[in-house]
Design a protein around this ligand. Structure first.
Ligand code: KG4
Ligand code: ZN
Length: 336
């Protein structure tokens, strides 16, 4: 049931290889849909040109599905939100052009959202919600950041990766093992059946709150190649233990720095978000660490961990309340 005062935000996310559309009604996500792009699997990674083209063909039908499913008609929409960046510029331009055209034709405000901020604001979709200030570990395919959140849009980056992102580390490890792209979720599946201490992979000793995963990747590559030369069936025979051990090395580094950041800032409200927060081993270790250290911990529901438009919609809701709109001349950005 819709009354005249309802605020309906249509949100579009197209920063990488997932086309996503969501609707926020008065601060609640009432529909959240994703169309993934299988085309990249055969190339072992996202091909930007193909991603843009797939967004182009997926977006209009997906918006249609979302509107039909919610019973929302175009004149009911109060604002249109889109991911402004960071991401693949061609992909971002498909989403932003669509959002601008829609906002203009409906004569409603346009709201641009930062993808990384949205990953954090995903915590405000469902209860329980964190209270400010809190520390968020954002782990995705493109970023790994420790962020001190002071309010919805006041964020201080305390540390970040100096090379690969945690998701990249998962995906590259999977590729070395011959698993298809995106390999992160497959490392999770195989790793859950293995022993995390079966093999010893290095954990970066970088001082401070920054992360580094390139040393682990190189050492993992050399180890696997050497083993395969001696025992060609090494990976097949030990896949679960290898996956569990490399997963352990990635997660260990993530949590060591998170613990340090919380200690340094003196904070016990701690949150985890981004695609890699879908990882079951990380979720368990994070929750256990929280219990051990007396933290109150937060992880978004699965559908709001990996790329989605629900997180764009909730971030847009906060901007809508503040009247923070964008002109139609705004352009997306590939990086900050
Ligand atoms: O946030 P996201 O969907 O997209 C970016 O903003 O990058 O994150 C995607 C990343 C990929 O690297 C993917 O392999 C990883 O998240 N990922 C996982 C799992 N699910 C997604 N990594 C490990 N375990 C998972 N279950
Ligand atoms: Zn993301």
């Amino acid at each position: 049931m819709l009354n005249q005062k309802d605020i309906i935000i249509l949100a579009i996310e197209s920063s990488c290889d997932d086309t996503a559309v969501a609707i926020c009604k008065n601060g609640k996500i009432i529909c959240n849909k994703v169309a993934s792009q299988a085309i990249h699997e055969q190339y072992g990674g996202v091909v930007p040109e193909l991603a843009s083209r797939a967004h182009q063909s997926n977006l209009v039908p997906l918006v249609d599905v979302v509107l039909k499913q919610t019973g929302i008609e175009l004149p009911m929409i109060s604002a249109v939100a889109y991911t402004a960046g960071p991401g693949l510029i061609g992909s971002l331009m498909v989403g932003s052009s669509f959002a601008k055209a829609m906002a203009m034709s409906l004569d409603v405000p346009l709201i641009g959202i930062d993808h990384m901020q949205a990953h954090i604001l995903a915590h405000f979709i469902d209860d329980p919600k964190p209270t400010f200030p809190f520390i968020n570990l954002t782990v995705s395919g493109g970023h790994t950041q420790l962020v001190l959140m002071k309010s919805e849009f006041d964020a201080e980056v305390l540390g970040e990766t100096i090379d690969d992102a945690a998701g990249e580390a998962f995906d590259k490890a999977a590729k070395i093992l011959g698993l298809p792209y995106p390999g992160g979720p497959l490392i999770d599946v195989h790793g859950s059946k293995g022993n995390p201490n079966a093999f010893d992979f290095p954990i970066s000793q970088l001082p401070g709150l920054n992360y580094s995963f390139s040393g682990l990747k190189t050492s993992f590559l050399y180890f696997i190649n050497k083993q395969k030369t001696q025992y060609p069936s090494f990976v097949d025979e030990h896949l679960s233990d290898i996956a569990a051990s490399v997963q352990h090395a990635i997660v260990e580094q993530l949590l060591i720095k998170l613990k340090l950041a919380c200690k340094q800032v003196g904070i016990t409200q701690v949150a985890l978000s981004g695609g890699v927060s879908a990882n079951s081993y990380l979720r368990k270790r994070f929750a256990d660490m929280g219990i051990q250290l007396g933290w109150t911990t937060y992880i978004p529901d699965f559908q709001y961990c990996t790329d989605n438009a629900g997180m764009i919609a909730i971030a847009a809701w906060f901007k809508y309340l503040k009247g923070q709109f964008e002109p139609l001349t705004a352009s997306p950005y590939a990086r900050k």
